[in-house]
Design a protein around this ligand. Structure first.
Ligand SMILES: [Zn+2]
Length: 177
């Protein structure tokens, strides 16, 4: 007969907290909700560009950025009967509901304080991830500034060529008159 070891004893009291993820919206840190950013080029020309930080994919900027806030209320629970679903062992909780044993390892600290500390760590990790996403969007904006800067340079060069062509053709016209 196959012998299956359960990770926690039935009747064990553990600190457990589900991570509740709440979504909150904040004004965009780059455009302050105006949806546009002003890029000033070295030549003094100012360009109004759509803010990349608060636009998702190819959609227009929204002026707000989404952030998720982890909240958790640590509670002391008693693990009830284990059941197996697929590869995972779930415990029944005294207050009702089931909890996955792999999650219990994550949320099973020795004290309430440690439980809160784990949640704080998760929140910080998440915020860090969010900061990296914002940084990559700022890089996109930098790219678009570079694009427009080269565009201005091209247009200026074309203007010079056009002006020279005009001078030559006017000189020719004067000769023929
Ligand atoms: Zn923005």
């Amino acid at each position: 007969m196959a012998h299956l070891e359960i990770p926690f004893a039935v009747g064990a009291r553990v600190w457990y907290s589900e991570a509740h993820v709440d979504t909150a919206y904040e004004p965009c840190p780059d455009c302050a909700g105006t949806k546009t950013v002003t890029a000033t080029l070295g030549c003094g020309l100012s360009l109004q560009l759509p803010c990349q930080t608060c636009s998702v994919g190819f959609s227009a900027p929204s002026g707000v950025v989404k952030r998720s806030v982890f909240t958790a209320i640590p509670q002391l629970v008693t693990l009830g009967n284990p059941t197996m679903y697929g590869e995972d062992i779930y415990y029944e909780l005294d207050g009702g509901g089931k909890v996955r044993s792999s999650e219990l390892h994550l949320w099973w600290p020795a004290s309430k304080e440690q439980c809160l500390e784990m949640v704080r760590t998760r929140t910080l990790q998440y915020e860090d991830q969010l900061r990296r996403q914002l940084a990559s969007k700022r890089r996109d904006l930098a790219w678009s500034v570079t694009y427009w800067r080269s565009k201005v340079k091209d247009l200026r060069r074309n203007l010079e060529i056009a002006e020279q062509a005009l001078v030559i053709s006017e000189a020719k016209k004067e000769k023929t008159v």
